[in-house]
Design a protein around this ligand. Structure first.
Ligand SMILES: [Zn+2]
Length: 115
């Protein structure tokens, strides 16, 4: 499959056109990760964070920061497996995961990635 990138959601999403079945990876507040049995979308891999992530990073608690760390690890792993740039991260919607979502916390440059 040729993926275009990753779409990030949070469970506080008010765009109810997507529901539980819509994510490929869910990162729970305790830091654990649930994976869908298979990737369900042809163009994007959907990653959902449990909670409300419409916050600046400095205002997040320990659990949320750990969730962001887990998300960035998954993104790096999947970007290698499927040859997707880990920089191709997109919000689901204006309000999801929110205008204050700390995108910088998810952007981890792969080792040796200075081009
Ligand atoms: Zn959403």
């Amino acid at each position: 499959m040729n993926f275009e990138g990753f779409i990030i959601h949070h469970t506080a999403c008010t765009e109810r056109d997507h529901q539980e079945e819509d994510w490929d990876f869910m990162i729970l507040r305790d830091g654990s990760v649930k994976a869908a049995p298979s990737l369900r979308h042809p163009e994007y891999i959907h990653i959902c964070l449990e909670g409300d992530f419409n916050l600046e990073y400095s205002l997040m608690d320990f659990y949320q920061k750990r969730q962001l760390f887990q998300a960035s690890k998954i993104i790096i792993e999947l970007s290698r497996r499927y040859e997707i740039s880990p920089l191709y991260l997109f919000p689901h919607h204006d309000t999801c995961p929110g205008i204050n979502f700390p995108w910088n916390a998810l952007v981890i440059y792969p080792a040796g990635g200075y081009h």
